[in-house]
Each structure stands twice: as C-alpha cells, then as structure tokens.
Ligand binder design. Sequence first.
Ligand code: KG4
Ligand code: ZN
Length: 345
Amino acid sequence: MRRGRTGPGLILGIESSCDETAASVVRDGHEILSSIVTSQVDRHRVFGGVVPEIACRLHTEAILGVIDAALADAGVRREDLDAVAVTHTPGLVGALLVGLSAAKTLSYLLDIPLIGVDHIQAHLYAATMAERGAPPYPAVGLVVSGGHTAVYDCRGPGRMTRLGKTIDDAAGEAFDKTAAILGLEYPGGPSIEKAARSGRADAIRFPRSDLGPGSLDFSFSGVKTAVLYHCKGRNAGRSAPLKEGICIQDVAASFQEAVVEVLVDRTLAAAERLRANHILLGGGVACNTRLRERLRLGADLAGRVLHLAPPSLCTDNAAMVAGLGYHRLKAGRVSSLRLDAVPTP
Ligand code: KG4
Ligand code: ZN
C-alpha cells in the first residue's frame, strides 16, 4: 500500500452484478462522498425481467462514465484512492465481469489493492453503514432482493453464516411475478406496494409458507400460485385475463401481507434462537414500507434493535461495496488480480 496518507480510508466501490451500474467513493467505511447509480430497468421492462445479454452490454456502455462521475462528485482524483472494491459474487457472470475488469484495471494502473466483495454481505453492511455507534453484533440479518432471500447469523461486517433461505422464488421475484399476473408494471415490488395502499390486507387469506418445526427456510412460489388461481382460475395460464370482479388493490395488499408476515416471523424467530439483540435488513425488498413497519414493530415488542438503511442504500448501489471493502482492507483481506466472477454464492 502506498505511503503518505493517514490511513487506508478512501475506497472506490464498483457494482455491476445485475441491472444497475454503480460507483461510489466512501471514506472510512461510513462517509459516502458520492454514490452514482444508473439503472437499466427501463430497458428490461418490456421483457418483464432482466435479460443478461442486454445487461452486460449496457454495463459496458455505462461503466467508465459512472466511475468518472463518482470521482468527480466526491471531488477525489484517482491518485487519492487507497483501494478499489468490487462486487465479484453473486450475480450475472457477464455483468460481474464488466465491473471486475474496470476494478482490476484501476488497481493495476494505480498500484492500489483490489478487494472482492460479496453482494449479499454488502446488502447487510448497508443496514448499518451510516451508524457511528458501537458495532451492532451479534445480529440476525435478513436479505430480501430480486435474486435472494435468506436469514443470517452476523458476527461482524461480512462475517456471517446462513441460517435459512428460500427453497424456490426470492421474495422480490415473487413480487415481480405477482405484479405480472395482475398486469402491473415491472419491477413489481414498487407497483404492488403502490396498489396495496388502497387495498385491504385482510381481504384474501393467501397461504403463509411453513416448512416444518424450527425451519428458518422460506417458500414463496405457493403464494404466487394462489394469487394466480384466485385471479384467473385454476386452469388458466398467466396471460389469461383477470376474472370479473377482482379487486387488484385488495389482491396486492393481501399478497404483500402474506409475504411480509413470513419474512418478519422467520427473522424474529432467528433472533430469538440466537438471542441476538440486533436485526439487520437489506436488499431491494427492504424498501417496502409495510415490511419496514412490521419488522420495526416486531423488533420493538421483542426488545431488539432494528437497523435499516434508507431506500437508496437498500436497492443495488456501490456505496455498500466500498463501505464493506474498507473493513476487508483493514483486516488485510485483499484480493489478487486473478479474482474471478462467481455467479452463484
Ligand atoms: O437488491 P435489488 O435492487 O437487486 C437484486 O440484488 O436483486 O432488489 C430488486 C428487487 C426487485 O425484485 C424489486 O421488485 C424489489 O427489489 N423491490 C421491492 C420494492 N422495491 C424494490 N419489493 C417490494 N416493495 C418495494 N417497495
Ligand atoms: Zn442486490
């Protein structure tokens, strides 16, 4: 590491694992000097989901401009950076490789450490990165995104063991697929949340998955199928029209309630089992107001502290990557230029 600075504090983060190209400069793991996120969502909407080949091409077009913008916004020159951190797992392999190539090039040219970061660990780090108090560990962490739904035993930034995970759809995927059934816009999470605001959460009792005594796993494909049957009939396909009299707002609110209830129950059960005083929530679905409210209420009643990031740090971003990268660097856990993209965790 180069000499002359007071500490290894100024990290450039790069994120390109799915459909957001992002770069950010963070000082000392907490202070976000810039956070640039360009979303490809408008280009994928017409397909109802992320198309990997399109995602790679758009990352390639965006990456250099996004990095330059992050440095300019932070008022930082490349030469001032102490390290570059990059998401290298999990995600779409071609998409990961774009960010990884940019990060390796900067690391080599500037002679600064390269730090490979796990996207899921970064989502949980985001829940606490703005905080300055004592580190909130041990904690139970819930990651809920478009590709992942899992609960973890967290012992420090990036130090976690999985306790349970979804056995089929991720929670965000269930929101996206259910929105498609209802004819609501992609991405489905925000669309369902908006429709649910004028619906009744107790209008329809959709199933809550229970995978046996003590299980901390999740399943969301059943509730999605229950919505399909309720709205279109048992033998109808996904593209069939809605049955007459279906109230989209009531279905959206009742579906949201079923998913949120399971997420909250499992997380509180995990915290109880581990006797963890802290709960961390991260990932795109953590933007959902109903989930935030119900988990807050549940944590309060159980005497536990909930740590929540603002919505801009819940969806994919590079500040969480730079932030976690700082702790890795401090611990001496740097990567070699041979660091590979690992699509599945
Ligand atoms: O973490 P993220 O940005 O990307 C992945 O790593 O997957 O999460 C995206 C997911 C999408 O499935 C989207 O529908 C969901 O997060 N999402 C929401 C909300 N905002 C985004 N789900 C429920 N309620 C929301 N308000
Ligand atoms: Zn994510």
